[in-house]
Design a protein around this ligand. Structure first.
Ligand code: K7E
Ligand code: CUA
Length: 663
């Protein structure tokens, strides 16, 4: 067995030292003969599933079709995207505003689909920003980021954005504990134990419109909150978080946060927390965080800075939080479809503990505590434990479920997916991944109703799987058929950025609600031109506003004169098309900016500050018709103080002065 080789070769010490020995032998022939037909989606046919894959350090989310592994779209979320003008157009810049100002990048780890009654409803997908703590909501009718909210009192929003079974809350736990925003943070780093706190945010989600708001936060002990999942069914009303660095180290965590044999899963009774909020037990604290909303009618984002947040102190309000010992440096924290079993995956543990919700409840009622940690009761390990999966593999990270009583756990160090039975905790099957798998995804795998057809492994290391592309290789996903007794790898496909968590759902849940274009009569952008007759160029001091339109295959206006050095020019381009899949692009020479990519019926604005006198071509960047190459125009820039009058036209030449002389 390959597995036993690893146990002897690596040993647990290797876990701490490094992970380069993770390459299994026999990397080649993992895929058998009938695999091709299982993943083949004929030309013109749709895939059966959407797969929403976090982009990691790309900051974006990619959408794949399964089982083909075809990339359908990259949705810009936390990073600017020049391909779509996201973060470059005036309308979208506010989406990336934070209390630190404009932040054009982040690190997106977990995508989480909205649920109703514990089932994926296909309305929204949420994403977390790991660096500058934020949560995004992406609308799955438009596949656009609709809202981003920053999280106060946090540093490193990793344990996020996991949701409750009716999307009542999106929950976010801070990975890095930090001094709260309302304290003076100018303190020695080595006062971690005394001054650093871990805040958990409960973000409410509007039932109809999805609008997010930080409803309350829990102030918890300073540790690292890594991952989390909501209870469901019987455990609805509870939330579970894995915690590492219960050593509370502030330096060389590699060693100093790996001291204890057990860290914690934190169980949170959020219904209780809600009661305390209603009873006025929270305190409002001063902070600063941004809330950004994209308005579909104006095609414009607005950003608002909020100044206070409600915090509950879990040291005082004793019956909200409980710690459960969990071996060792737990990462994944996953709840099975029944809501009874909570699986903690200790990165440095040689077993997988499975906790029982019923036993946790009984332990709390019986006060079966072994003590307190920083004022929070610690439940006895055995009092909460259902049982342990013995010798499952090395470096367990994440677990998904198939709804048929089986769990699938990823093992980073031994590069495998291990299938085990939840009831008797027996390992049933294991399959090698290529290589070093992180998260797994079963469609609906963290909901009450998983679809037990595939598990997808998101692997960190790709060497020798694809043609070499220099020192950097794209990460890779592997599609594994789990419909039979034995798992079978049936496809590799490259991914964008570094995927962490991903979710998938049957295409039918989403595809029929897809917006095809924006209705021009509903366009409420203040700079819209609803037809060529209303296009114009208006000077306001040194600001020149171009109200332009695009339609196959010209801009109106396409000749503009009278712009001067020192001007700021705003091209407000409305795409007049009313048909699916006919965007127009817009770019102008020398612009310190990206293009615009304007959807039918939409208005987007490019800001341009000309840097020299001359003639500047502008053109459509999206190949929109046979005459796309004709979709172009010119802007004439004259010296500051020139007397060339502001003129604009399409299809006719206006008399204009030869050279811009001084006034
Ligand atoms: Cu395991 Cu950031 Cu969810 Cu990566 S995390 S793998
Ligand atoms: Cu419009 Cu090309």
């Amino acid at each position: 067995m390959k597995y036993t080789n690893y146990m002897t070769v690596l040993g647990v010490v290797a876990l701490v030292i490094g992970v380069n020995a993770c390459k299994p032998k026999n990397a080649g022939n993992a895929v058998s003969g009938d695999a091709a037909s299982k993943v083949y989606v004929a030309p013109g046919k749709y895939d059966e599933f959407y797969n929403f894959v976090s982009g990691g350090f790309s900051g974006q989310m990619s959408v794949y079709g399964l089982p083909s592994g075809r990339l359908l779209r990259v949705v810009p979320v936390f990073s600017v995207d020049p391909e779509k003008g996201y973060g470059y157009s005036e309308e979208t810049k506010p989406m990336l505003n934070t209390s630190h100002g404009f932040v054009p990048w982040d690190d997106f780890h977990h995508s989480e689909l909205s649920q109703t009654n514990g089932e994926i409803d296909g309305r929204w997908v949420f994403g977390n920003a790991n660096n500058t703590p934020r949560v995004a909501r992406i609308d799955l009718t438009t596949f656009r980021t609709a809202e981003i909210i920053e999280l106060p009192n946090s540093g490193g929003n990793h344990s996020s954005p996991f949701i409750t079974e009716n999307t009542e809350y999106v929950v976010a736990g801070t990975r890095f504990s930090v001094p709260p925003d309302y304290e003076n943070g100018d303190i020695p780093i080595n006062t971690y134990k005394k001054n650093f706190k871990g805040h958990i945010s409960f973000i409410s989600v509007g039932k109809e419109d999805g609008k997010m708001d930080v409803a309350f936060q829990l102030e918890c002990p300073g540790v690292n909150f890594d991952l989390s999942h909501a209870g469901k069914g019987k455990s609805h009303g509870w939330f579970f978080f894995s915690c590492y660095n219960t050593e509370q180290a502030n330096t060389l965590l590699e060693v100093n946060a790996s001291q204890k044999d057990k860290d914690f899963i934190m169980a949170v009774n959020w219904k209780k927390a809600e009661e305390y909020v209603k009873a006025g037990k929270g305190k409002k604290v001063a902070t600063k965080y941004a809330h950004n909303v994209y308005n579909e009618k104006t095609h414009t984002a607005t950003s608002e800075i909020k100044n206070e947040v409600l915090v509950l102190d879990t040291k005082e309000l004793k019956d909200i939080c409980y710690f459960i010992p969990c071996p060792k440096s737990p990462h994944g924290c996953d709840v099975d479809p029944t809501g009874e079993y909570i699986v903690g995956s200790g990165k440095l543990a040689a077993l997988i503990p499975v906790f029982s919700f019923d036993k946790i409840q009984k332990a709390i009622a019986d006060k079966a505590f072994e003590g307190e940690f920083d004022g929070i009761p610690v439940i006895k390990y055995d009092a909460a434990l259902y049982g342990e999966v013995k010798k499952p593999g090395l470096g367990p990270l994440h677990t998904e479920f198939d709804g048929k009583g089986n769990a699938y756990t990823s093992f980073f160090v031994s590069s495998e997916v291990v299938k085990w039975n939840i009831k008797d905790l027996k390992v049933l099957d294991r399959v090698q991944t290529y290589y070093s798998v992180g998260h797994l995804c079963v469609p609906g795998g963290d909901s009450k109703k998983p679809n037990p057809k595939y598990v997808i492994a998101y692997n960190k290391i790709t060497k020798d799987r694809y043609l070499p592309t220099g020192p950097e290789l794209s990460q890779s996903a592997q599609l594994i058929d789990i419909s039979g007794e034995k798992m079978q790898v049936i496809l590799d496909f490259p991914t964008i950025g570094e995927p962490h968590y991903a979710q998938a759902v049957a295409a039918d849940v989403i595809k029929n609600r897809s917006v095809k274009f924006y209705k021009i009569e509903e366009n409420a952008n203040p700079y819209v031109s609803k037809g060529e007759a209303t296009t114009k160029v208006v000077r306001e001091g040194n600001k020149v506003h171009v109200y332009a339109t695009a339609i196959r295959s010209h801009f109106a206006p396409d000749n503009i004169e009278g712009v001067r050095m020192g001007d700021e020019v705003y091209f407000h381009v409305t795409n007049l098309e009313q048909d699916w899949d006919v965007p127009h692009g817009f770019a102008i020479k020398g612009a310190a900016n990206a293009e615009l990519l304007i959807m039918p019926g939409e208005t987007q604005t490019l800001k341009w500050v000309p840097d020299r006198v001359g003639i500047f071509p502008m053109y459509c960047t999206d190949f929109c018709s046979a005459l796309h190459q004709e979709m172009q125009g010119y802007v004439r820039v004259s010296p500051a103080g020139s007397n060339v009058p502001l003129m604009f036209s399409t299809g006719k030449n206006l008399p204009a002065p030869e050279a811009g002389g001084a006034k």
